[in-house]
Ligand binder design. Structure first.
Ligand code: NAD
Length: 445
């Protein structure tokens, strides 16, 4: 059921939410640090600030975003007034991952509620401390019948997916995305799937190498590489490869120091199992930098791998950790050959100073979203829809696109009672020729 709360009241509740988040900033920060050593700066930038920006924007713009939109009427219906109404779907299930657990739970929840839905949120089981704060804030601000939290892992998610929903919003891996899609298809429930994949990052021979390396190190190793839109691998032109690798190493050291394990800004991997998986990806690889790890401390150093084999597991699966494979290329068609080995990525990054080059890349490759000469930052503009394409996702959100995601666009034509053209009514025998002529004429407009 939709929540049936007036827009004005919803805005008041969202304002209360903002107050509650602000009151809990310390708790959120501490919880994320306890879960995987996420630093205060990263928590602020990628979790709290982001959620608060989306929330403030929603509070400000919601009446405008939800206002029925008047459309130009069709001459075929003349005279009429035509409108598009944004109608909440009803009961929404949101399933979230662990890597940005606060942001990826709250942003879709805020939009779904603002749009008029009632919500059940299932956050990830890997972040128990963050979940306690999420639960506390939600229980304080929302009545349970409007927003509730279900804690648990695969079993809980499976139980929730077996129920009937009016909309499902899932963020997570491609493999689980397929399970969610299948469960949703039973009732033809519409879904948004925010998934992952192998995101290419290209550095061509015209790129500004120092700045490119700096921005790539930032985007790859923030959250220890556990970011859906992190560059997965770099394709660098052979002419600048050596210089580029030197610059990468320089910036890793500059950002995280010589002993990364002691850096206050470098998070841990989410679990020992996840660390183990990443360490295994390094087997038989040519490591040119990093590679230090500690399974029980859930630590893996920022690591650069040179020219991995495309048959190795490292180049098969989404890395989702602090390992950066570097692959040299010489011709544009090498880029096409390599990128087309994989499903359409969630993000693509291209570093160049040549406008013709980047225009061609934007036109030639299909990807969820991307950036020229930087990484990740397209995520930060809520005026841009964020989402994947093909196996990297279905649907998009952020800003007004989130409201679009959580509402059905209902078209309503209000016909005038004054004029009623008899040509549309049978019998047509004597008037079909005339009807054809008029319709052909009107369809030109
Ligand atoms: P995941 O798919 O393992 O888990 C996500 C959620 O699904 C969790 O809440 C989990 O409990 C639930 N889940 C796990 N197995 C399930 C099953 N068999 N049936 C039903 N539900 C199940 O993903 P994760 O490890 O939490 O997150 C990492 C993945 O998420 C990466 O692939 C990353 O690229 C992707 N991701 C995408 C975005 C995006 O915005 N596109 C953002 C963050 C993460």
């Amino acid at each position: 059921m939709p929540n049936k709360i007036s827009v004005k009241k919803r805005i008041q509740i969202l304002k209360n939410l903002l107050v509650e988040i602000e009151k809990n900033e310390q708790n959120i920060t501490y919880a994320l640090y306890s879960d995987f050593n996420k630093s205060e700066a990263e928590v602020f930038l990628t979790e709290i600030f982001f959620v608060k920006s989306e929330l403030k924007k929603t509070i400000k713009k919601l009446p405008f975003w939800l206002k029925p939109k008047r459309e130009v009427s069709s001459l075929l219906n003349f005279p009429s007034s035509d409108f598009i109404y944004k109608q909440p779907y009803g009961k929404v299930l949101i399933i979230a991952p662990w890597n940005y657990p606060f942001q990826l739970s709250f942003c879709p929840m805020i939009a779904a509620f603002a749009a008029g839905n009632s919500i059940v949120l299932k956050p990830s089981e890997w972040v128990p401390n963050t979940n306690s704060v999420i639960l506390k804030i939600i229980e304080k601000v929302f009545e349970k019948k409007y927003v509730s939290v279900e804690l648990g892992g695969v079993e809980k998610a499976t139980e929730l997916l077996s129920k009937r929903w009016d909309y499902i919003f899932f963020t997570g891996s491609v493999a689980v995305g397929k399970i969610v899609h299948q469960a949703a298809s039973k009732h033809l429930t519409p879904v948004t799937l925010e998934l992952g994949g192998k995101n290419p990052c290209i550095v061509d021979e015209t790129a500004q190498i120092e700045l490119s390396a700096k921005r790539i190190v930032w985007g790859k190793f923030i959250n220890a590489g556990q970011t859906c839109i992190a560059p997965d691998y770099v394709l660098v032109h052979e002419k600048v490869k050596e210089k580029f690798i030197e610059a990468l190493i320089k910036y890793i050291k500059l950002f995280y120091g010589d002993k990364v394990i002691d850096s206050l800004d470098y998070p841990r991997i989410i679990s020992e199992n996840h660390t183990n998986r990443l360490v295994k990806l390094l087997e038989h690889q040519q490591i040119v930098f990093g590679g230090e790890f500690s399974i029980h401390q859930k630590f893996l150093e920022p690591t650069i791998v040179l020219e991995p084999s495309f048959d190795s597991p490292l180049m098969h699966e989404e890395i989702f950790g602090p390992i950066l494979p570097i692959i040299g290329y010489t011709l544009y068609r090498d880029l096409e050959t390599i990128i087309s080995r994989y499903e359409k990525p969630l993000a693509l990054y291209y570093f160049t100073t040549n406008k013709t080059n980047y225009s061609k890349v934007i036109k030639d490759f299909s990807f969820g979203g991307g950036v020229i000469n930087d990484t990740l930052v397209h995520f930060a503009n809520s005026r841009l829809p964020f989402g994947g394409v093909g196996q990297s996702g279905l649907g998009a959100y952020h800003g007004v696109y989130s409201i679009d995601t959580f509402t059905h666009k209902k078209s309503v034509v209000r016909r005038s009672l004054r004029l009623d053209v008899s040509l549309r009514y049978p019998p047509f025998v004597l008037k079909l020729k005339k009807v054809r002529k008029i319709l052909n004429f009107l369809s030109k407009f």
